[in-house]
Design a protein around this ligand. Sequence first.
Ligand code: SF4
Ligand code: SF4
Length: 208
Amino acid sequence: MSESSEPSEEKFQNPVAGFGVTFKAMFKKRLTEQYPETQKVTAPRFHGRHQLNRHPDGLEKCVGCELCAWACPADAIYVEGADNTDEERYSPGERYGRVYQINYARCILCGLCIEACPTRALTMTNEFELANTTRESLIYTKDELLAGLEEGMVDTPHAIYPGMDEQDYYRGLVTGAAPGTERQAAVSKGESKQDNGHGSGSAREVDA
Ligand code: SF4
Ligand code: SF4
């Protein structure tokens, strides 16, 4: 008889134990987040979407070395470097990143690529809303990743600051575009000098 009474006692206790968990949870702090109505504030060093940075005069920091692509464990980065010329200059040194793509269908936001970058051209922002509906839209191109223009910058391509070399840029001696700096025609992208979109003018005018 005693054997048959034990299982029925268990049957009675189990639902009560379940309610115990419910009651305990009722008095705990709620963890529900009202996203997307309320945007989550990320930690300052959160790994979000990448950004390709510029020097203070607008020239690009990327030198097209591909170290970021080699460091990536997910094979998410594609880079093609090219040579600068005096007529079409994108970075202060010899080479620049002509093609730059990050595939966010592959990227695991680990940050190894930004550790590998020798020029701090590549960093990560706090932006985390990267979901989309097509694979193509998850491949971010250089135009999407390149940082916007700030005060004192001129869009690339443009000439190096007169009297400065690549090392001077990294020493912080260039703090803005030289007066009268003009955007050059991006001939490699099919532009001619006539249809140079930014025209002539001072650095401030082009920046606006
Ligand atoms: S964050 Fe990681 S996975 Fe994403 S591109 Fe960089 S190295 Fe590759
Ligand atoms: S982002 Fe940095 S590591 Fe990658 S190609 Fe450009 S300079 Fe090299």
